[in-house]
Design a protein around this ligand. Structure first.
Ligand code: SF4
Length: 178
């Protein structure tokens, strides 16, 4: 008799691998235990999403806002790296597997579900500081670009999946999508 629970959760990459986060944002050592631990104990399979920012910009990137990333090339990149994942989820669903949730990272310009990061008008940072201005990023309502593209691809694939998120700045604070 099979031991498969036939349940999976889809996790933002950095829940399982903190090393892709922007320098200075890591608040755990390797995997986010409050997300991963309960899934392991409940026998839920874990599908790890790729990190869209690390694969697009690498590990020398600055923290960015949604406006800075929101161009056709980044959206195309997101869709391209998501397609194999959506293919896998479609195959699992067709095989009777329940997809419990996608768990993103609120506050991220890419992986936010209920809240993202907005701001910055562009230009030379040195010139802004010389003029006595400071570039400011702020949290804003709405999803990040990667999660927006994932929602669209899942919809096109006929998969209804709940989206949840953990707060980027408050480990363990689960947020249900409103
Ligand atoms: S929140 Fe998304 S883009 Fe940012 S490090 Fe995690 S997986 Fe990568």
């Amino acid at each position: 008799m099979s031991k498969r629970a036939r349940r999976v959760a889809v996790l933002a990459h950095c829940h399982l691998n903190v090393n892709t986060k922007v320098v200075g944002l890591a608040d755990y050592c390797g995997s986010r235990d409050e997300v991963v631990g309960p899934l392991l104990r409940e026998g839920v399979g874990i599908v790890q999403l790729p990190c869209p920012e690390a694969t697009f910009l690498g590990m020398k990137r600055w923290g960015m806002t949604r406006e800075q990333l929101d161009g056709p090339a980044y959206r195309r990149h997101c869709r391209e790296i998501l397609r194999p994942v959506v293919d896998t989820l479609q195959a699992l669903a067709a095989d009777g597997c329940a997809i419990d949730a996608v768990i993103g990272v609120d506050g991220s310009p890419s992986c936010g579900v209920t809240r993202t990061c907005a701001g910055y008008v562009g230009g030379e940072i040195e010139a802004l500081f010389a003029a006595g201005q400071t570039p400011v990023a702020r949290e804003a309502a709405g999803p990040g670009i990667f999660m927006e593209e994932l929602q669209a691809l899942l919809g096109q694939a006929g998969l209804q999946v709940a989206f949840r998120a953990v707060d980027e700045t408050g480990a363990g604070q689960d947020k249900e999508e409103s």
